[in-house]
Ligand binder design. Structure first.
Ligand SMILES: [Zn+2]
Length: 320
């Protein structure tokens, strides 16, 4: 996948430090090969004015990951030591933001997001895509990439784009962007009156008309178990099909106990499986789902329309 760099992009160079290079205390085989590769990206970032971040393993001498403390690694990248310095020839720009990590002696932190300001800094800088390179891909780079994905706020359209472009990714950080309205991030309450004082009501403004009275919805399936259509009718008008509405709250209390997360997950999965393919498309071009209004409901609406509007005036504080 060709990557075109631009506004909103940033570079993160992970732990390009002497101790991780050949000859260092925790050397990565041929680790020095990342230096010229990252330098090329640093050059591009400079040309485009993109922000650059560089992380450092910056351990206290008694860090828990060191063998002397019972940890898995030899002592490495002790804060301020020559081994903790950035590699020679690594062309980090002077305005690069350095992220020191794993400074708490009690905690190992492979990811540059762990216990650091990185996520906040990226957000503040308006970074929307982070390119990460460095050492070592099996620990610090891997964990940083994972955290970046988890912080990523992808949505269904970006995931589709990435997959279509053949991105070699098998995990996606789906955050609050999915199915939330970031263009209108507030709830504009609308109240549509269906019934007042036991009498059905209906709004008739063109384009905003509503169906009056208490209702039931019956769902119809095709032979293979896929959704076919729904029928909306009045509460007492029993129809063929599966009734959808269920009483959940009464008098401010749940009617039944929650079925539990496993049951809910299985239910959601089973419901998704009933969606025909064209209703799973992200584009709105597919034919819409069919919803029929039953004769009983149509008749009630027509009857209301024939009544004089003055019938029973609504109190001033009731919106319709
Ligand atoms: Zn370390």
């Amino acid at each position: 996948m060709a990557i075109r760099l631009g506004a909103g992009d940033a570079l993160l160079a992970e732990d390009v430090q002497n101790d991780f290079l050949p000859g260092g205390k925790l050397a990565v085989d041929a680790g020095d090969a990342v230096v010229p590769a990252l330098n090329r990206y640093l050059g591009l970032a400079k040309k485009l004015g993109l922000p650059v971040y560089a992380s450092r393993d910056w351990h206290p001498r008694e860090h828990c990951s060191f063998a002397a403390q019972g940890g898995p690694w030899p002592e490495h990248c002790v804060a301020g030591s020559p081994g903790a310095q950035f590699a020679p020839g690594f062309n980090l720009p002077r305005d690069a933001i350095v992220i020191d990590k794993a400074m708490n002696p009690q905690l190992e932190a492979y990811s540059s997001f762990e216990g650091t300001e990185l996520a906040a800094l990226l957000r503040r800088a308006g970074v929307r895509r982070l390119l990460i390179g460095g050492l070592a891909t099996d620990y610090c780079v891997l964990n940083t990439v994972r955290d970046a994905l988890a912080n990523g706020n992808l949505d269904e359209y970006r995931v589709r784009e990435l997959l279509a472009a053949g991105a070699p990714i098998d995990g996606f950080g789906i955050g609050s962007s999915l199915v939330t309205a970031s263009d209108a991030p507030f709830l504009d309450a609308v109240y549509k009156l269906q019934e007042y004082a036991g009498k059905p009501r209906r709004k008739r403004s063109p384009g905003k008309a509503t169906w009056p009275g208490r209702k039931r919805v019956y769902r119809h399936y095709r032979d293979e178990g896929l959704l076919d259509h729904d029928v909306v009718t009045l509460e007492g008008d029993v129809q063929p099909g599966n009734p959808l509405l269920q009483l959940v709250m009464k008098g401010g209390r749940r009617v039944n106990a929650s079925p539990g997360i496993e049951t809910l997950r299985a239910y959601a999965k089973a419901q998704l499986a009933t969606l025909p393919q064209h209703l799973r498309e992200l584009d709105g071009s597919a034919e819409p789902y069919r919803v029929e209004i039953a004769p009983a409901l149509q008749e009630l609406a027509a009857k209301l329309d024939r009544q004089p509007v003055a019938g029973q005036p609504l109190p001033a504080n009731v919106l319709s």
